[in-house]
Design a protein. Structure first.
Length: 108
């Protein structure tokens, strides 16, 4: 069964920021990278359980998962939660893999 992929306001902002930061409108390579990120997130519709629990999940007491996208050193983390009752994937944030781990205040 397909899951609905929804974005928090923060994740939508993160995605928009990456589009501008990577200059996806001006560069074919950047557009290809950005479109690949969108496709990877879209694939969560079919396979939301394929990604491991995020390292912060235990400390935050939430079942956060993370999808890693890109190649070192340019790896981005798509951090999301599953809502099994609604059959939905709730994308919380998209951040560079080198950034510090999430805190509860980052999820608001």
């Amino acid at each position: 069964m397909a899951y609905l992929v929804e974005f928090s306001a923060r994740a939508a902002h993160d995605l928009e920021f990456l589009y501008v930061e990577k200059q996806a409108a001006e560069s074919h390579a950047a557009a290809r990278w950005y479109n690949g990120l969108e496709e990877a997130v879209k694939a969560l519709e079919s396979y939301p359980h394929r990604c491991p629990l995020a390292p912060e999940a235990r400390r935050l007491r939430r079942k956060l998962r993370h999808l890693l996208y890109g190649k070192k050193p340019h790896v981005y983390r798509v951090i999301y939660e599953l809502d099994e009752g609604r059959q939905a994937v709730w994308v919380l944030t998209i951040r560079h893999g080198a950034r510090q781990k999430l805190k509860a205040s980052n999820l608001v």
